[in-house]
Design a protein around this ligand. Structure first.
Ligand SMILES: Cc1cc2nc3c(=O)[nH]c(=O)nc-3n(C[C@H](O)[C@H](O)[C@H](O)COP(=O)(O)OP(=O)(O)OC[C@H]3O[C@@H](n4cnc5c(N)ncnc54)[C@H](O)[C@@H]3O)c2cc1C
Length: 326
């Protein structure tokens, strides 16, 4: 087990009530270990509201409920989880900190997740100290996962964009464009505000230091909010289906429905479907050619439901598929 150290959160930014970005400085005069873009580290707070397993649901999943002390207060204690590093290695060499983007987990019984709630709560009253395991790990890196592919299609859902932000920032800092690869990042979140790194990513795309295309989309477009034409629509899994000329998951379900019940469920889902639409300046035929299956690898990280659908799209189109499981 790696040595535990206590760092300090030196910057914390609430992007929306359920999404935040923060920077963690290392303990005292020490430095974080060297790392590669795409890796993660274990973080811990000791003031997490604890839960305990109370059984197993009909779906086979464990049921957790708040854990109370004899006085009826929810027990507080340590929780440790891994978090992908969203800063680039060059950021950390230059400034010392690591950056993270974290979602407030919808936990059990409508309660927030144990550690994410404590992370969101960090501040003057609760303290900005954060324990970390002094080891940065993981093999979700370009060196390990891309191999000889000429085109890298990165698909990040929600905070699953973190490893890709690190990779893209590092490529922009290092690259003279000579690796000859095409990099495309599809990032989907529910709303435009939650596309946490859009400014930095649009800037990197515009600077053209390497062959990079940024394709942001939102899965819950609001009728009353003006549409930014640089941002597309639809869930990442359906956007990728669209790129590869496949029907949406909802359309597939309707086509394959075997009973009246599944047909009605599929039709209901279709009424709620946000059809995949690419950003105005991106043409589907250009994009399809850019990420042609034969020369591409699909790297993905984030929401498990989307990941399963992306895996099936990759299998249908015979694209090499690489996944970071959370
Ligand atoms: C490699 C990796 C990188 C990650 N990177 C990021 C990132 O960059 N950003 C990000 O937001 N998230 C990231 N995650 C997810 C993160 O590690 C946490 O799982 C997430 O923040 C939720 O933690 P929580 O304590 O708030 O929720 P929890 O309280 O852990 O709740 C999450 C689920 O855990 C179960 N659970 C509840 N109580 C218990 C218990 N007592 N024991 C066991 N299980 C329980 C329940 O099913 C619950 O729905 C990453 C995960 C991995 C593996």
């Amino acid at each position: 087990m790696a040595e535990r150290k206590t760092g300090t959160v030196v910057h914390k930014e609430l992007i929306t009530p359920g999404l935040m970005r923060f920077r963690l400085a290392p303990e005292g005069e020490s430095q974080f270990p060297d790392y590669e873009a795409g890796q993660y580290i274990a973080l811990r707070r000791d003031d997490c509201k604890l839960t305990r397993k109370t059984g197993v649901g009909q779906d086979g999943k464990s049921i957790y409920e708040p854990e109370y002390d004899p006085w009826g207060r929810q027990t507080v204690g340590p929780v440790t989880h891994f978090y992908s590093i969203a800063s680039a290695p060059f950021d950390t060499r230059e400034h010392g900190w690591l950056e993270f983007v974290v979602a407030l987990e919808d936990g059990v019984h409508g309660l927030p997740g144990r550690l994410s709630e404590a992370l969101f709560g960090m501040g003057q009253e609760t303290g900005c100290e954060l324990t970390y395991h002094n080891r940065i790990a993981g093999d979700f890196t370009l060196d390990t996962r891309v191999q000889d592919a000429q085109s890298v299609l990165m698909v990040g859902t929600g905070t699953g964009v973190a490893p890709f932000v690190s990779m893209v920032k590092e490529l922009a800092a290092r690259s003279d464009g000579s690796d000859g690869r095409r990099y495309t990042l599809v990032h989907t979140n529910r709303t435009a505000l939650e596309l946490a790194y859009q400014d930095a990513l649009f800037e990197i795309e515009a600077a053209g230091r390497f062959d990079f295309m940024y394709v942001p989309t939102i899965s819950r477009p609001a009728q009353d909010v003006a549409i930014d034409e640089r941002i597309g629509q639809g869930r990442a899994s359906n956007v990728v289906r669209h790129i590869y000329g496949l029907p949406t998951a909802e359309e597939d379900k309707q086509t394959n429905a075997k009973s009246d019940v599944s047909r009605v469920a599929a039709e209901l889902a279709l009424t709620r479907l946000v059809h995949p639409v690419l950003p105005r300046h991106v043409h589907v035929s250009d994009l399809r050619e850019r990420v042609a299956p034969v020369s591409s690898v699909l790297l993905t990280c984030g929401n498990p439901a989307s990941l399963a659908d992306l895996r099936s799209t990759a299998a249908r189109r015979e694209i090499r598929f690489e996944l970071e499981e959370w």
